[in-house]
Design a protein around this ligand. Structure first.
Ligand code: CA
Length: 218
């Protein structure tokens, strides 16, 4: 799951980026509002975590502009303690949730999962496909109740495919979901992970559409 974090405080931003990465998210961290807006316009994110007080372009303006152009990304704003006016302005400006600083990382991760779940139209957190059950919060995949151990990248790929079941997902989309922008991606990295997934799950779960991408049927 790919997140856009827009936070100018270097210590807080670094802590959030690191913590959310460890929680299994792919994080792109932008340190001012203009960078954040450019990133949002250029890429698809599953969720944006947005500070309000930002250099170059404040968070509220960024949010209002994004909504005015039809961008539907789920947005969680980070606000200063007791700044009720900020919370109201943020929610009215198109945010879906807010969290007061200092941020509890576990709570932030849980709220992001809840927001992205709702955005995909699911009330329940667990994704099911035949006998497979993928639980994003527990980072756990089971088949008929038996756990199938996956690496974090394999888990991320399967999560993305199951969340988009019935739709073709391109290799580029999977690379972005896995790595964000910051890392150079080995050109066959996705194929290697898919190969390992097929060994663990059987070859019938993930279909390859040659030259197009990958598909898990609904
Ligand atoms: Ca700030």
């Amino acid at each position: 799951m790919r997140l856009l974090l827009v936070e100018d405080d270097p210590v807080l931003g670094d802590g959030l980026a690191t913590g959310l990465s460890q929680a299994g998210f792919t994080v792109d961290w932008m340190q001012d509002g203009a960078q954040g807006e450019a990133a949002l316009a250029a890429e698809d994110f599953d969720c944006m975590v947005l500070d309000l007080g930002l250099p170059r372009l404040d968070g509220l303006t960024l949010l209002r502009r994004a909504r005015s152009t039809g961008n539907q990304v789920p947005v969680l704003i980070l606000t200063a303690r007791d700044a009720t006016a900020d919370k109201i302005a943020g929610l009215d400006g198109g945010a879906d949730d807010y969290l007061v600083k200092p941020v509890d990382l576990d709570e932030l991760a849980a709220r992001i999962r809840a927001l992205t779940r709702r955005a995909h139209g699911r009330a329940t957190p667990v994704l099911e496909h035949g006998a497979l059950r993928l639980d994003p919060a527990a980072h756990r995949l089971t088949r008929n109740g038996e756990e199938i151990p996956l690496s974090s990248r394999e888990f991320a790929i399967l999560h993305h495919l199951l969340a988009n079941a019935g739709r073709v997902v391109t290799r580029a989309q999977l690379e972005q979901a896995l790595y964000g922008w910051q890392t150079e991606v080995d050109s066959n990295a996705v194929e290697v992970h898919i190969h390992h997934l097929r060994k663990k799950l059987g070859s019938e779960v993930i279909r390859t559409l040659r030259g197009v991408g990958y598909l898990v049927s609904k």
